[in-house]
Design a protein around this ligand. Structure first.
Ligand code: NAD
Ligand code: DAU
Length: 354
């Protein structure tokens, strides 16, 4: 694959940083990371980036049209991989405004500026240009226990302010393709886990609380089901989509790893007990059922057969090996998450059962 210039939005977040680590390590592509540096961003998530001649950073809000115009004009990207978003469902329930501003307003501005830039490209470069809009399985709403997994044809039925804002942004991205011809692709992925995930999300939240010997707050009855995918497998799927995917197409990405939240928390407890036994005994004793998340989706499941068939994507990690590696990473990289915990990221409802 010829070297490209790729602008990644949200590159200091969990998935964006995994994607940039992959791009810098395994490809010749040059990267411009456009990130506003919200609470969820972390410069330490791309170690060594500052010394890499293939890497540049622009601190900017995707909703800032002038900044986006300048970034595109200066960097001259061959592709935009758009991951910047407010991403945490609980925060969207407590304060939806930022979700509307970034996920809808920011995506709108980015599409407008990408369109303007793309319309000014010579025909050959315009034909190769791609705008990859990274989205979520949450836009489809939830499934009953026996219902088939979400396909690319499943109708949207979002439940939370977060998923509604992502659904709106997906519609905008597809409309910019259909109406203006911008070469947009959309991916909808299931729950990611792995290293460098912000501690408010289920898996790191439980690892960190279990290590502290604190109660592990499982929402409701713990039987909500998510389909878990290792973040590095997601990053590889995104790279394939931008390199080989067809403009106008949507690709679902998922791990075929459906687990109840309780199963996930138990797996974390058992793995921690093996890797770092507690003098107080097995950590499953810490599991505590708390008030459910309002509007909590019951089950997600992704049918990823299209990306497997058309782009020959395969997940490399099983959930079992992935969780083992992830627990090990949090044990070995305490400095990364201690700094976040010290900043008091918990100043909101998560984990309180409130
Ligand atoms: P994250 O919250 O860890 O990171 C988001 C990043 O975007 C941060 O670095 C933040 O500073 C940046 N950002 C936020 N608002 C911005 C703005 N206005 N301008 C510029 N940068 C801004 O998110 P994540 O978990 O890495 O998710 C990345 C993308 O993938 C999101 O679009 C999300 O909806 C999607 N997604 C996430 C998952 C998951 O399991 N985490 C699954 C499927 C899809
Ligand atoms: O499905 C993809 C989505 O996965 C992404 O689009 C989102 O950006 C990402 O945050 C994630 O959303 P979830 O709401 O599924 O992730 P979260 O880690 O917040 O919660 C996972 C499940 O665990 C969910 O059913 C709620 C439950 N939970 C979560 C926390 C933080 C608990 O039971 N206790 C907790 O403390």
């Amino acid at each position: 694959m010829a070297a490209k210039r790729i602008a990644v939005t949200g590159g200091y977040g969990f998935i964006g940083s995994a994607l940039i680590r992959l791009l810098l390590l395994e490809t010749d592509h040059e990267v411009l990371n456009i990130d506003k540096l919200t609470y969820a961003a972390n410069r330490a998530s791309i170690p060594g980036a500052g010394n890499n001649p293939k890497y540049r950073f622009a601190e900017a809000d995707i909703a800032d049209a002038r900044a986006m115009r300048k970034a595109f004009e200066e960097f001259q990207p061959d592709a935009v991989m758009h991951l910047a978003a407010e991403s945490h469902v609980d925060r969207s329930i407590d304060g939806p405004q930022e979700f509307i501003a970034t996920n809808i307003g920011g995506t709108f501005t980015l599409l407008q500026e990408a369109l303007r830039y793309w319309q000014g490209l010579p025909a050959e470069r315009a034909g190769r240009f791609r705008f990859l809009h990274v989205s979520t399985d949450e836009v489809f709403g939830d499934l009953g226990p026996e219902e088939p997994a979400f396909t690319e044809e499943t109708a949207y039925q979002p439940s939370s302010p977060y998923s509604a804002s992502k659904a709106a942004s997906d519609h905008l991205a597809r409309a910019w393709h259909r109406t203006y011809g911008l070469p947009v692709l959309v991916t909808n992925c299931s729950n990611n886990y792995g290293p460098y995930q912000f501690p408010e999300k289920l898996i790191p939240h439980m690892i960190i609380k279990a290590l502290a010997g604190e109660p592990l707050p499982v929402y409701g009855d713990g039987r909500n089901v998510r389909d878990w995918l290792h973040v590095d497998d997601h990053a590889r799927a995104l790279l394939l989509a931008v390199e080989k995917g067809a403009a106008g197409e949507t690709y679902n990405i998922g791990g075929l790893n459906e687990r109840t939240n309780l199963q996930v928390v138990e797996a974390i407890c058992d793995q921690l007990d093996r890797a770092s036994p507690s003098p107080q005994g097995p950590r499953r004793r810490l599991i505590s059922f708390v008030t459910d998340r309002p509007g909590h989706d019951r089950r997600y499941a992704i049918d990823a057969s299209k990306i497997v068939r058309e782009l020959e994507w395969r997940a490399r990690k099983t959930f079992e090996t992935g969780v083992e590696d992830t627990v090990r990473w949090y044990l070995d990289n305490r400095g990364w998450w201690d700094a976040i915990v010290d900043r008091g990221y918990k100043a909101q409802r998560i984990g309180t059962g409130a």
